[in-house]
Design a protein around this ligand. Structure first.
Ligand SMILES: [Zn+2]
Length: 406
């Protein structure tokens, strides 16, 4: 494979850029949002529905798929693509985030958007240089996840992009802990690269992960180390701080170093997907995002709407939707809005726990985010990122593919 990533447009005023990521199962136009297919499905949707909304890549979860049904079952289907019937690119995480969420307990939810609601009923037994020993929530058995075993599982899943095994440090831990943990993550990256170089699928890309918590010197050092490690792509993980202002700083340190030392490598910001965070991330030079928020909100009756004062969401289960004959968002191209379903109907379905309601809201929320990303790509191509970012931030509805990006 040639260079996997080409930057085609750059914003003059920010680090924003648009490009194309070429992977074994197809191309991904960036900046892009990547929906979660945690257990081998974007919950409630068929692959053709996810593709129909406009998504070119989904994210599968190594930890959950390792425990159940197990990589052997998935490998017999030719990998995760064959197992779930998705023919476009797939990125898999390393399993580290889920394992360490158990170890760090309830504080893990400080890492916005990267925690599964309800958590997992397992426990970490020991964090060692070799890897992490934990008890499976699935059958209670003691398991080990290490750089090598995470790489082996991701090889069996056959994802287009594998993520290196890292420790996701939460916000509350000390600088000393963050420093030691980040150093270990760098040593684990070397082991991932070594295993992957010898045994990994030749057409699978390995992305290293930048850690370093909220400490500028640690973040910058980690970004430099990962950028110069030889990985074809870089993910940014761990605690991004207590609020959006700190997130801007922390991500900015990382992308500043990455643009100096590995500008041609695609950058994935892990666990970020709220509308204002996507706009900000694009300005900071992020190419890929994933997040549970759009799909999780849908399952709880929350629809994404262009209302910054309400964090771009409205709760359809509230009484004010009871008599509304309006769609969630007039002009939205999604099956729920263009299909003419009223807020009152959606409210009724959600309250009655009808799966149809969850599906319609999931399609709407994923369409909303896809259209935000399409607008940002079109703006980068046209040299007007500042105007589009300002419009989205002030509550303009995303235009989507009609903006001419596809
Ligand atoms: Zn809609």
């Amino acid at each position: 494979m040639g260079a996997p990533f080409t930057v085609e447009h750059r914003d003059a005023a920010t680090r924003g850029r648009a490009g194309t990521l070429r992977l074994a199962h197809g191309e991904v136009r960036t900046p892009a949002f990547v929906p979660l297919a945690t257990r081998g499905a974007v919950r409630g949707l068929l692959p053709r529905e996810v593709a129909g909304v406009g998504y070119e890549m989904v994210l599968g979860n190594t930890y959950h798929l390792l425990l159940d049904p197990g990589p052997d079952v998935i490998a017999r289907h030719g990998g995760l693509h064959g197992f779930m019937g998705w023919s476009r690119p797939i990125i898999t995480d390393s399993g580290g985030f889920q394992v360490f969420s158990m170890g760090h307990g309830s504080v893990a939810d400080e890492i916005k958007g990267r925690r599964r609601p309800g958590g997992d009923d397992g426990s970490v037994l020991a964090i060692e240089e070799e890897g992490v020993r934990f008890r499976s929530y699935f059958d209670g058995a003691e398991r080990m996840l290490s750089p090598e075993s995470s790489m082996a599982v991701q090889a069996a899943l056959g994802s287009d992009v594998a993520l290196a095994f890292d420790e996701c440090t939460p916000f509350h831990v000390s600088r000393e802990y963050t420093e030691g943990s980040t150093e270990r993550t760098h040593r684990w990256l070397e082991r991932c690269l070594s295993w992957h170089g010898e045994h990994g699928p030749p057409d699978q890309l390995l992305f290293g992960i930048v850690q370093g918590g909220v400490y500028e010197d640690l973040r910058r050092d980690s970004a430099r180390r990962v950028a110069t490690s030889g990985c074809p792509g870089v993910a940014i993980g761990g605690s991004l701080g207590r609020d959006k202002a700190q997130m801007r700083e922390v991500v900015g340190w990382a992308t500043d170093e990455l643009s100096r030392h590995a500008d041609a490598a695609p950058r994935h910001l892990l666990g970020v997907g709220e509308v204002d965070d996507l706009v900000q991330g694009v300005e900071l030079g992020v190419d890929l995002f994933d997040c549970a928020v759009p799909t999780r909100l849908a399952r709880h009756g929350m629809a994404l709407v262009p209302e910054p004062d309400r964090r771009w969401r409205t709760d359809l289960t509230k009484a004010d939707s009871r008599d509304s004959l309006e769609p969630v968002l007039p002009g939205c191209r999604c099956e729920a809005c263009a299909g003419g379903y009223s807020r009152a109907y959606l409210r009724h379905l959600i309250r009655a726990r009808e799966l149809t309601g969850m599906r319609l809201l999931t399609v709407h929320n994923l369409t909303f985010i896809a259209d935000v990303m399409a607008d940002l790509r079109a703006a980068l191509a046209a040299g007007r990122l500042a105007e589009t970012a300002a419009a989205l931030r002030s509550g303009a509805a995303p235009v989507g593919p009609a903006a001419g990006s596809r």
